[in-house]
Design a protein around this ligand. Structure first.
Ligand code: 5RP
Length: 219
């Protein structure tokens, strides 16, 4: 089974978590795109939908959904998103497509966070995937120097500006043996807006699609 088929299967499995009258938060990425394309089949269950990026908003609108602002709806009942890496402890690295700040806000505002991945994303320890960090532009070099002191190798994501007008540093070779500690530590650098480790607000449920089906961790 190829990766796209697995992504579709993970997305299909997440539909089970969508209850009647739901306020749904939708993440960003190719796995979530499969979910968005399935949402018209359960349109009647969805009271309101909130998006983590312009890309997701456009895809939702293409399917005829009116996309609400988080400020209008209050908290989100359920947030569904993909990840770049995930552990069995439900800790994640996110931000591969640069939407990590809005994704983290929606995860934080959600009563339940369901993360959908194919099995290539499941890792023993986070950090093989370069860790995205959103920084305000004037702090980019300063934050990069702090990351070098931690033995990370920050690479500026060139020609990329986030929806918040900021830059992304992709940090290679960081040892993330304690995601909670690393997330806290990196959050302290002035100029850092968002660290792509999701461990203080981890997923509640991880749906992992592999060749034999979809496995669930969490509840
Ligand atoms: C975007 C993300 C995505 O969830 C992550 O990059 C996974 O993407 P895909 O589903 O395309 O593999 O965090 O900021």
């Amino acid at each position: 089974m190829d990766q796209s088929e697995k992504k579709l299967n993970a997305a299909k499995a997440s539909l089970e978590y969508i209850q009647n009258g739901i306020i749904l938060g939708v993440g960003t990425g190719s796995t979530v795109d499969f979910l968005i394309d399935l949402l018209p089949s359960i349109r009647n269950k969805i009271e309101a939908v909130v998006s983590s990026s312009a890309e997701t908003k456009a895809r939702l609108e293409k399917h005829g959904f009116e996309v609400s602002m988080l400020n209008q709806v209050g908290d989100v009942d359920l947030y569904i998103d993909g990840a770049d890496e995930a552990t069995k402890h439900l800790h994640l690295i996110k931000g591969g497509s640069g939407a990590l700040t809005r994704e983290k806000v929606l995860a934080g505002a959600a009563r339940k966070f369901v993360c959908i991945i194919d099995d290539s994303k499941l890792v023993g320890m986070l950090g093989t995937f370069p860790l995205p960090i959103e920084v305000i532009p004037m702090a980019q070099a300063f934050v990069a120097r702090q990351l070098l002191k931690l033995r990370g190798q920050p690479i500026w994501r060139e020609n990329f500006v986030t929806e918040n007008g900021n830059h992304i540093l992709d940090v290679h070779n960081l040892t993330i043996s304690n995601p909670l500690e690393t997330e806290t530590r990196l959050n302290q650098f002035p100029g850092v807006l968002t660290v792509g480790i999701f461990s203080h607000r981890p997923a509640d449920v991880l749906l992992i699609a592999d060749n034999s089906g979809v496995r669930t961790i969490g509840q």
